[in-house]
Design a protein around this ligand. Structure first.
Ligand code: HEM
Length: 486
């Protein structure tokens, strides 16, 4: 337990008055009943009733750490984002790792993607990269996200996880195949949070001072090396120590064994997006590193544990919409939906003034015309002008932060991505695996699909595996006791 940080060691009420007795409530006579005038007791019980905020609707279970990012390769040629300028420059950051589907108290060592959310406290405001430990995702249009997550969470009737729903949705959404192969493979259960890569996953736009733009993807490569957990050990740990990953991270940092990641970007010239062999904004695909090699940007080091879990980790609010000049969204249809979803979740989960909390507050002054709202803990603009435009020298726009104009074309409509090849990259991933990895992948998929009741779902999913690679489909089918005909 760390030391008390208040100036005095005197116990007070939340309004700062000293507490005379924190062991015995005020009663009428020796036996009671208890008197309503015991406002310390009333406040204590009432505040306790309100200790929980809603958990995150996804990524509820997580671990956080503070650290810094250091530039090793100046990127000013490509982006005006100052955190990527000047070799040797450091920017403070906070990271939160998470599992996706489980609740706040669920086990760490389950098969699930891991969230990898980084908040950089830059000199031009906060920049968040809210990614995962996988470079791809299950779906590629935000409109499918609530349905997808319903299948990952509990069945509303039984309150149990439902493999029928999981495989029904995946088999009817073949764009998920690449990520399903990734998740069911060895990397589906990382050994620790320190032994996995992180990815921005989406394509973003970088813009330099001259207004020239490129498309980029972020890769955080773990300097600890990738290590995964054997599924049987993972299951044992889930029972014995459900907080295994949180504990490992805390203990490593406490011992001064600071984990680090090297940040790379892939850079694609703007015009290549029109001719690349698939849609580079489709988040179910990776860009070939032969076409767009990794370019080093800097190093991320985690060197400080949170002092208080709720204040820092639970109340942290990350959003892909927290961008700084020099980084802009791409037209990725998942990313576009996320630009809305996160800040909306934060207003609901933490409150409209969530950005005033110390963990979320930028380390630069915030000057705007927003006022009031629940839990407004700043100066609320003091006596300054509260509308814009004004004649009173209030804060003004900065043309440097305007977005770069971009071309749009065609008709508005509800159109799918042009490229429908869900199989090549999933098959490539399968073919890249050693024979032992393939055998583990097949075993995991077969075990996961066994409880599916409808044969139609199994056959539909097997046909996707088969299209990715006949060997892949045939082996899953055999494992499930089914036969396939080419
Ligand atoms: C958390 C929505 C896709 C990574 C969340 C939260 C919401 C959400 C509402 C909870 C936020 C909070 O309460 O603070 C969505 C929607 C998506 C989507 C609507 C698709 C349209 C993705 C993708 C990734 C991702 C593709 C990774 C590439 C994360 C992470 C967190 C998170 C890391 C946890 C952030 C934290 O640690 O606080 N998402 N998500 N999400 N999401 Fe997504």
């Amino acid at each position: 337990m760390s030391t008390n940080h208040s100036n005095s060691n005197k116990l007070t009420t939340s309004w700062g008055a000293p507490v005379g007795d924190n062991q015995n409530s005020i009663t009428a006579g020796h036996r009671g009943p208890t008197l309503i005038q015991d406002v310390h007791l009333l406040e204590k019980l009432a505040h306790f009733n309100r200790e929980r905020v809603p958990e995150r609707v996804v990524h509820a279970k997580g671990a956080g750490a503070h650290g810094y990012f250091e530039v090793t390769n100046d990127m000013s040629k490509y982006t005006k984002a100052k955190l990527f300028h000047d070799k040797g420059k450091r920017t403070d950051l906070f990271i939160r790792f998470s599992t996706v589907a489980g609740e706040l108290g669920s086990a760490d060592t389950v098969r699930d993607p891991r969230g990898f959310a980084v908040k950089f406290y830059t000199e031009e405001g906060n920049y968040d990269i809210v990614g995962n430990n996988t470079p791809i995702f299950f779906i590629r249009d935000a409109i499918k996200f609530p349905d997808f997550i319903h299948t990952q969470k509990r069945d509303p009737r039984t309150h149990l996880k439902n493999p029928n729903a999981v495989w029904d949705f995946w088999s009817l959404s073949p764009e998920s195949l690449h990520q399903v192969t990734y998740l069911m493979g060895d990397r589906g259960i990382p050994a620790t949070l320190r032994h996995m890569h992180g990815f921005g996953s989406h394509t973003f736009k970088w813009v330099n001072e001259q207004g020239e733009a490129v498309w980029i993807k972020y890769h955080f490569k773990t300097d600890q090396g990738v290590k995964n957990l054997d599924p049987d050990l993972a299951a044992k740990l889930a029972g014995e120590n459900p907080d295994y990953h949180i504990q490992d991270l805390q203990q490593a940092i406490e011992a001064g064994d600071y984990p680090s990641w090297t940040l790379y970007v892939q850079i694609m010239p703007l015009e290549d997006a029109n001719t690349y062999r698939f849609d580079p904004f489709d988040v179910t695909k990776t860009w070939s590193q032969k076409d767009y090699p990794l370019i080093e940007v800097g190093k991320m080091v985690l060197d400080r544990n949170p002092e208080n879990y709720f204040a820092e980790v639970e109340q942290a609010t990350f959003s892909p919409g927290n961008l700084v000049p020099g980084v802009e969204p791409s037209p990725d249809k998942m990313l576009q939906g996320r630009l809305f979803a996160y800040a909306d979740a934060h207003r609901y989960r933490v409150g409209a003034n969530h950005n005033q909390l110390p963990i979320n507050r930028p380390k630069v002054p915030v000057n705007n015309y927003q006022r009031d709202g629940y839990m407004n803990s700043g100066t609320n603009g003091g006596g300054s002008v509260y509308y814009e435009p004004n004649s009173f020298n209030g804060p003004k726009e900065d043309p440097h932060a305007r977005i770069t104009p971009f071309e749009v074309e065609g008709y508005a409509g509800q159109t799918a991505y042009d490229h429908d090849d869900h199989y090549t990259q999933a098959g490539d991933l399968y073919r890249l695996m050693s024979e032992e990895e393939k055998a583990r992948l097949i075993r995991t998929i077969v075990e996961a699909m066994k409880p599916v009741e409808l044969e139609e779902i199994k056959l539909r999913q097997i046909s996707h595996f088969y299209k990715a690679d006949p060997d892949y489909g045939t082996r899953v089918a055999e494992g499930l006791g089914l036969t396939v005909q080419a």
